[in-house]
Design a protein. Structure first.
Length: 446
């Protein structure tokens, strides 16, 4: 049954604290779309070397991919504020050090270390926000709407962030490190505002410890161990549905990364390099609109079917890019493909949320964003090699190939996705004894 968009989103944002933590999360999320391009622009301008710029940027991205899931696991155990407050401050200090070191033309190895520190301790703000939504909301429909809203806000960050970073970093009246500076301010202000809201913070789930060996009754000790093992949920990376989503999003991310560099090459070949951002913004715009529409109603299909439709839609759409005669047609194709992007991402996050135990939620969601970020980085890197050899035509063929590999990964993982606790409507937040606490029921719910 359809629900008016304003009513659906107004309902969840009217929950106490929801509007504040979601808006603070958006502010703190902007650096994820700004630091990469700011690094390229700043280091290349100051050091005159694209290789150095790419090295520093890669250090940031790789460290983010490694650090985010590790921090997320600690957050599930100890709580968001206790883990992320010191971690965020370390990340901010490293980013500040990166700004100062770059301005001083410090050795490249120092920039790499500082960039790695900024990324490794930055965490995944998207997973923190989504985790809070599952705390303040109780119905499957509302969680679906909230995750769609966050997918739309992700797109807003990627629409505005790179444009803002490029504008301030290339303005002669401002230092070339201005993109970094704004990212730092948004990270600190948004992060502190988000973490200061204690009423909506999810309850931590301390891990049960294995009982120490005692000289008492062996039967009693065996019972304690059996009870401990029964209470432990299946590790996140051993859950088939989660692993399937991670692999699908890895190759989907590679498609996005390859497309970004292919779009730059295509616009350059047409002599319209300055219009690249407009074309890419068209994709983000379509995705943002689709996310809001997708979250405004409940859908009659199981989540795995929604995911299948989205992944296939992206592959079919990416296969048309190579046929575009100019940027105008390409922008239209980007809008159409964008309609499938955010709903696909939201469906994947929803499946993970419905599959993992409540005590694993932040870690599960962090792995989703991490796989996407790794894919984007690999897609950009390999796509650049392909572009050097075959131009934008080859770049778009590579983009399409990555989207179809994602389809193959989805087909391979389909049995696990269908068995996952991801039926027509999402379950509410899992509690003790719920099926998602280490047990997935067979089949689907109607």
């Amino acid at each position: 049954m359809s629900l008016p968009t304003a009513s659906a989103y107004g309902r969840i944002l009217s929950r106490p604290g929801a509007l504040l933590f979601s808006s603070a999360g958006l502010m703190a999320r902007f650096p994820m779309s700004m630091v990469g391009i700011s690094t390229i622009l700043s280091v290349q301008s100051l050091y005159g070397d694209y290789t150095a710029a790419g090295t520093v940027s890669a250090a940031y991205m790789v460290a983010t991919a490694i650090g985010a899931p590790l921090l997320a696991r600690l957050i599930d155990v100890h709580g968001q504020r206790r883990v992320m407050l010191p971690s965020m401050l370390v990340s901010a200090a490293c980013l500040l050090g990166l700004i100062v070191a770059a301005q001083a033309l410090a050795p490249l190895w120092l920039l790499v270390l500082l960039a790695a520190g900024a990324g490794g301790f930055g965490g995944s703000m998207g997973s923190l926000v989504r985790s809070r939504w599952t705390t303040v909301l109780s119905t499957p429909e509302d969680i679906h709407t909230a995750f769609s809203l966050e997918a739309a806000l992700d797109e807003i960050a990627f629409m505005v962030g790179p444009v803002l970073a490029t504008a301030v970093s290339t303005t002669s009246a401002l230092p070339v490190t201005s993109g970094w500076i704004i990212s730092l301010l948004l990270q600190v202000v948004g992060g502190l505002l988000f973490l200061s809201q204690r009423s909506t913070e999810p309850v931590p789930h301390p891990r049960a410890r294995r009982p120490r060996r005692r000289s008492g009754d062996d039967a009693t000790r065996r019972q304690e161990v059996d009870a401990l093992l029964a209470a432990r949920p299946t590790p996140v990376l051993r859950q088939g549905a989660v692993v399937s989503i991670i692999v699908i999003f890895l190759f989907s991310g590679a498609m996005f990364g390859a497309n970004d560099v292919a779009a730059v090459a295509f616009a350059t070949e047409l002599g319209q390099r300055g219009s690249t951002g407009i074309a890419l913004a068209a994709w983000a715009t379509g995705s943002c609109v689709a996310a809001l529409l997708y979250g405004s109603r409940s859908w009659g299909w199981p989540l795995w079917k929604q995911l299948v439709l989205g992944v296939v839609w992206l592959a079919l759409g990416a296969s048309t890019f190579v046929l575009a005669p100019g940027l105008e047609v390409l922008a239209v194709l980007y809008v159409l493909v964008g309609f499938g992007t955010a709903p696909t991402m939201a469906a994947g996050n929803n499946i993970v949320q419905a599959t993992v135990a409540r005590s694993q939620l932040t870690e599960g969601l962090a792995w989703v964003s991490t796989s996407m970020n790794i894919g984007v980085s690999l897609g950009s890197m390999v796509g650049g090699v392909v572009l050097d050899a075959a131009g934008s035509h080859g770049g778009y063929l590579f983009t399409a190939s990555m989207s179809w590999v994602a389809v193959v990964a989805m087909v391979v993982g389909l049995p696990a996705l269908r068995r996952a606790r991801s039926a027509t409507h999402l379950p509410g937040p899992a509690g003790p004894g719920s099926p998602s606490d280490g047990e997935a029921p067979d089949g689907e719910r109607a």
